[in-house]
Design a protein around this ligand. Structure first.
Ligand SMILES: [Zn+2]
Length: 352
């Protein structure tokens, strides 16, 4: 895909060359129809989303994106002023047993997952510092799990809604913390921003790294984009004893510089490449379940409700390999549309 960016550059240079040459000036190639290309990318994302991934489609295809990445080191409001912590009823959700060996210990908006093994527990993501205690520690106890059994905590990326409980779990239970190198650096660079949520540097994830505990293995895939160190995972769970493969998508929104061509176009390229990488791993492992760390993207809280009424029916999380593939197409289509808008801006700037 990198060659695509180079290709446009070459095309622009060619167009500029032709325009400067009187003989060919009137035969200069027609300008690209960016609006049509953007519409086609949005349509591909919408088609891929169906009714299953409307939350993901709305968030990254329709809603305004953030202007970039946070480069400040200020205390979050809920740390400097605990009275500003959002009301419990805005985030509390009941914990749930989702598969034989996978438990939801998240909230209404953000998810944390406990993968139980024969030798302890691997926790996937934490939540904010103000609700990790109740949702994760409290949720595990309600489900009959012992938080002291948490041996590893995998943090998909160093944003407060996912890393918020990592310091607590490391300090209290001695859990090993796994995170991507660039996101460890973020934590160490911004001590105020990560106050109460900065675990001591521990395991640095690499692409293809396997975290094995007892009878379970989580394979880590580097999917930079949302943050420079964002991680995604593949692993297997069991549904009434039947193995089921899961793809876990670790970062979704465009929380990088995305409002100007440089470095926005390259940032989208990184993001798109990561989704292609993760889609390939999901396909290679035969993943039929897509999980996220936001209910907005995988409908976790709604699906947890459906489990109770499942009876002998299909598992509400098990969508099949084709839907997992479509999930990553939504991400790519939306990112490509946003990238095209920046290519359009760059092209128009060159013309002026
Ligand atoms: Zn994030």
């Amino acid at each position: 895909m990198k060659s695509h960016v180079v290709g446009i550059g070459a095309a622009l240079a060619m167009a500029a060359g032709l325009a400067g040459n009187n003989v060919f000036a009137q035969r200069a190639p027609a300008a690209r129809d960016f609006e049509a290309e953007i519409r086609a990318s949005l349509q591909s994302a919408k088609t891929a989303a169906g009714f299953e991934f409307l939350g993901t489609l709305a968030r990254i295809c329709l809603l305004p994106q953030s202007g970039g990445e946070n480069a400040t080191d200020s205390l979050p409001g809920y740390i400097s002023n605990p009275a500003s912590v959002p009301a419990r009823d805005t985030w509390y959700a009941d914990p749930a047993k989702v598969f034989d060996n996978l438990y939801f210990v998240g909230g209404k908006l953000h998810s944390s997952w406990a993968l139980t093994t024969s030798e302890g527990i691997i926790l996937l993501d934490t939540i904010f510092p103000y609700n990790s205690e109740e949702l994760i520690v409290g949720g595990m106890k309600r489900l009959g799990l012992n938080p002291r059994d948490i041996k590893y905590v995998l943090i998909s990326h160093a944003h407060a809604d996912h890393i918020g409980g990592a310091e607590l779990l490391q300090a209290r239970f001695g859990a090993r913390i796994v995170m991507g190198a660039p996101d460890w650096r973020l934590v160490e660079t911004y001590p105020n921003r990560y106050k109460t949520m900065a675990p001591k540097r521990d395991i640095v994830a690499t692409d293809g790294m396997k975290i094995t505990l007892g009878d379970a293995t989580v394979t880590i895939w580097e999917t930079p984009g949302h943050t420079p160190g964002t991680l995604s995972y593949t692993f297997a769970v069991r549904d009434n004893g039947r193995p089921v493969n899961v793809a876990y998508s670790g970062g979704t929104a465009f929380n990088f510089v995305n409002d100007r061509p440089d470095p926005g176009i390259q940032n989208f390229q990184t993001y798109i490449k990561s989704q292609q990488h993760m889609a390939a791993q999901a396909a290679a492992t035969g993943a039929t379940v897509i999980l996220s760390n936001h209910s907005e993207f995988d409908n976790a809280v709604n699906k947890n409700r459906m489990i109770a009424g499942r009876g002998n029916g299909p598992h509400p999380y098990e969508l099949g390999a084709d839907w997992v593939r479509r999930y990553f197409q939504v991400m790519q289509g939306c990112a490509r549309a946003a990238q095209l808008r920046l290519e359009q801006v760059r092209t128009e700037a060159v013309r002026r």
